[in-house]
Write a new protein. Sequence first.
Length: 439
Amino acid sequence: MHTPEALPPHTAEAAYDRRRLRQWLAGQARAEGVSRRTVLRLLAAAGAAGTVPTALAPTAAAATATATTATATATATATTGIVKPLPEAWFTVRGTNAETRFAALAETGHHTPSERFFVRNHTATPVLDAADWTLTVWGDGLTHGRSAVFTLDDLKRLPAVTRTAFVECAGNGRSLFTTQQGQTVSGTAWTLGAIGTARWRGARLADVLRRAGLGPAAVDVLPRGLDADYVTADGTGLGRVRRPLPLAKALDDVLLAYEMNGEPLPPDHGHPVRVLVPSWIGIASIKWVGDIQVSAQPLYSPWNTDFYRLFGDAHPEGGSAPLTRQTIKSAWELDWNAQLAPDTEHRLTGRSWSGAAGVVRVDVSTDGGTNWRPAQLHDTPRRGDWTRWSARWRPPAPGACTLLARATDGAGRSQPDTTVHNTQGYLFDAVVRHPVTVA
């Protein structure tokens, strides 16, 4: 049984990503599902010479055939591919996605109600029968290359773990690169509502991997979803959504979750089972997981080559290492340009979070950043979770005002005034200038 050396999370992840990138460029990493065009472009961008990595794993179709017998039914709405209702008071619909209006979280408590939780879909929500669902764990990182199949009942017989954690899209805040910093980015124009925090319950991925026969040579695990194949705007088929995890993270705090806020996972949030990777960008928390490849070689997919890396003038020519941990943010539980009465004391609320450590301090400004004062925190700071806060304010006179909130986490990180630009608009972490009108 493989036990990784205990290293601080940031050290282990950074070293892993550097090593895996070198192996990828040298043609030593598996890249099943990544097109030859993509590989050649990445190699050229990095100035590397050599052969294109060969896909050594079984084909996507073969793995899918062994992964599950579950079938999806087309019950999602035609316009969004999302099953649950999306009332305008709670959501802004963005293509196949639904962003939570942050004002809709006021007074909801610490956990985001499932019906108000944001939805990030690459295609459409599949509606799966839990009784037919199975999870296949396979690959040469298992003992003797054997595979193992688990039903939902099998997972529920393993020790159950309950964990409160946020899930946040890496592009949360993307539109602010444009509206606040005047920069062009691509992708869904999220404001700050592509995040939700829930109480998740499930089996440890570590327990499942060990039951499957984890071998000493394993280095990567690759969960894959059961949603439909993703096809890009130019017609390129990328297969089902999948993204590798280093074994050290997989054996740390990752869950195969089957409950959300005390109830079975809803369809839009991964029913019957999803991966939950605390503190990491949302793409790592694969929904509707159907199979997990365990590999003795580093793995890549389009979701950590073309997507979810930092590209642009401020980043390496071939792009950054694949993104892992989330950044730090704050959001007011107010509508944009909310109207507030003058000469009245208002209790303003918000939430702050960080992927590195719990948020230990939030400072707020009600005059555009001229003066700052600490907000009152209402939760114990915990990594992978958000902290609610409040501040009282009596506007002195009618007019336009700008509210700001700056979080500081237990690792010493504070929100900067601006975020370094990247072309796909990931990891916006600057202090947000939230306009309100006193009238």
